[in-house]
Design a protein around this ligand. Structure first.
Ligand code: ARG
Length: 588
């Protein structure tokens, strides 16, 4: 289906053309004076320069052509030369009925679906998920859903950090605590135990302890470097411990991501591509891309037009071990086998320079072809109310689990006031609403910006929040249910009729814009556009609801029209929140 604005533009363009002007001037926008009109076209102002004519004369000509168009309820030329437009109620109702009958509400999907990888989540094994990983998971999941909705073939890959120094740190720490373990006995040639020598909580204590120690104890740091290298070279005992670390961590990670309604098609990590590293390095050397600089192997990636210094991309450390860059490049080698159209990385803004280096290196060395678009979607920091990165009350790193728990408790306290809901349902509902609070609180901001995690605002049932949207959807559901229970809903076969009041028309206009917002979110990697749509729609619905007696409307056709408008609103809102990665309860 054409967008509403495109429908308007095609009529305006024809009118400009038949008056002898360039059709390119027939472009309209949503009005910035909704008190005067719904859409406006400023083309006559621009055309005036080309045709050396007063703009209002051009506007008058064009408007005269369109005066009796069924699509506009009013179209007028306003001095100095604006064209103010109101869409007709009949046309708008017809447009919505067509949306109801089309797939995806008439949103045109991608005619040539793209093959896309989304690299998001990026947890590090053996470290608990903290709020820093929250944004990547939330934004990446939404981008994945939006791309799928538009028809693309998308693979989401968690890309775990499981191959770098942190592994060596854990192994070294374990070795110094429990040197008698068989993994450290070089003469051991039996089978290693199935059971890990640590639990997830122990692991989560070992890593930070090791990390802190390495900063003070130079010798320990060297040991960890050496252990990392030995692991990467395939030491049997180290590999066995490493496998335990992965198993224990992944089980825990899956549980946590599930709570966030985030899932991955691939649970690959940096280690997945270990076998691709040596051949890749060989090629980069033999084809003259890589050279040694102070012992390290690097590829130069600076370009003449750079305005700031872009350092070389390091491929191997001077001790020969692989690093973050190496695994990212090797992962691209693997992804390139599928010849993707796009690879999108949802990672903290602070890694922006790093990805510039990696992308340039991958392009320059032919790891990915020209066809493949590498996109970095960098996100800002989640701050506390003090404007500093979000911390626990005592100033520590906030674990994601605890953050979710706090929000859910807050939600539970709020909905427990509703006595109609029993405790079990309340707990589940609190989780559903809590998730909307966290995700919408994040996604409503442009991803690249920092934002303040404000529990009070995010969990409020009023204002621009996830719970407000869910509350609105639940209200719609309950009206539809009542109508069904009372046997007064004639079903979805009935048409939506031309709007009877202003609130109704505003709601209809809001819904008709869904395709603009979803498409913009898709093109610009911008879930916040869908949030803006949802908020406008929820406000428009609530206005309509307050000024309209829906269930007691005595004219059956009108009542059915209202109810079908509600069904459409619910469908569209549900689709949109699903694109953001959360859902609505039946009641709250
Ligand atoms: N594990 C990394 C971190 O915690 C994020 C990984 C991002 N993805 C990537 N392909 N480098 O910072």
């Amino acid at each position: 289906m054409k967008k509403l604005l495109e429908e308007i533009d095609s009529r305006l363009s024809k009118a400009f053309e038949s008056c002898g002007y360039d059709p390119k001037y027939g472009v309209s926008t949503v009005s910035n004076r909704p008190d005067l009109c719904e859409f406006q076209c400023n083309g006559a102002m621009a055309a005036a320069k080309q045709y050396r004519k007063a703009p209002f004369m051009i506007a008058d000509d064009v408007v005269a052509q369109l005066a009796d168009q069924e699509c506009f309820s009013s179209i007028e030329s306003v001095k100095p030369g604006f064209i103010n437009i109101k869409i007709s109620e009949e046309y708008l109702a017809g447009y919505l009925n067509e949306m109801r009958e089309s797939d995806r509400f008439g949103i045109e999907g991608n005619v040539n679906p793209k093959k896309v990888f989304i690299d998001y989540g990026g947890p590090n094994v053996a470290k608990p998920l903290h709020v820093g990983h929250l944004r990547s998971a939330i934004i990446g999941e939404s981008i994945k859903r939006i791309f799928r909705f538009m028809g693309d073939e998308v693979t989401g890959d968690v890309h775990m950090g499981d191959w770098g120094l942190q592994m060596g740190l854990i192994i070294s720490e374990l070795k110094s605590r429990e040197p008698e373990l068989c993994y450290f006995d070089e003469s051991f040639d039996g089978e290693y135990p199935k059971e890990a020598p640590f639990t997830i909580s122990e692991l989560e204590e070992i890593y930070p302890a090791a990390s802190a120690r390495s900063k003070e104890d130079k010798e320990f740091y060297e040991e960890a470097l050496e252990a990392t290298k030995r692991l990467q070279e395939g030491d049997r005992g180290y590999r066995a411990i490493w496998n335990h670390i992965i198993d224990v961590s992944v089980t825990d990670l899956k549980k946590n991501y599930e709570k966030l309604n985030v899932d991955f098609d691939l649970w690959n990590g940096e280690s997945t591509v270990q076998n691709l590293i040596a051949p890749m390095v060989e090629r980069l050397k033999s084809e003259g891309f890589a050279h040694y600089d102070q012992g390290a192997l690097v590829v130069d990636v600076k370009e003449p037009e750079d305005t700031k210094e872009i350092p070389p991309c390091m491929i191997l450390k001077s001790n020969g071990s692989a690093l973050y860059n190496t695994t990212d490049l090797a992962t691209l080698v693997m992804r390139a086998e599928e010849d993707p159209d796009e690879v999108i990385y949802v990672v903290d803004n602070r890694q922006s320079l790093y990805f510039t280096q990696v992308f340039r290196c991958a392009k320059k060395t032919g790891i990915v072809s020209d066809k493949t678009r590498l996109r970095f979607l960098g996100f800002g920091t989640m701050n506390g109310k003090d404007g500093k990165p979000f911390k626990t009350r005592s100033g520590g790193v906030m674990r994601l689990e605890n953050l979710i728990r706090d929000i859910n408790d807050e939600m539970l306290a709020k909905i427990s006031a509703n006595e109609a809901i029993d405790q079990d349902e309340a707990v589940k509902t609190a989780e559903i609403i809590g998730l909307s609070a966290i995700k919408y609180g994040d996604l409503q901001n442009q991803a690249s910006k920092d934002y303040v995690f404000d529990i009070d605002r995010f969990t409020s049932f009023e204002g621009n929040s996830g719970p407000y949207l869910l509350y609105t959807i639940v209200r719609i559901k309950s009206i539809i249910k009542k109508a069904k229970d009372q046997g007064i809903f004639g079903g979805t076969g009935a048409k939506i009729l031309p709007a009877h009041g202003n609130g109704e028309k505003e709601l209809m206009l809001a819904l008709a814009k869904v395709s603009d917002y979803i498409e913009a979110a898709y093109k610009e990697l911008a879930p916040h556009k869908i949030c803006a749509f949802l908020y406008d729609t929820a406000n428009a619905f609530n206005r309509f609801y307050h000024e309209t007696k829906i269930l007691v409307e005595s004219d059956e056709a009108v009542r059915n029209s209202y109810l079908n408008l509600l069904v459409l609103t619910e469908d569209i809102m549900n689709t949109c929140i699903d694109l953001l990665g959360f859902s609505a309860p039946d009641r709250m």
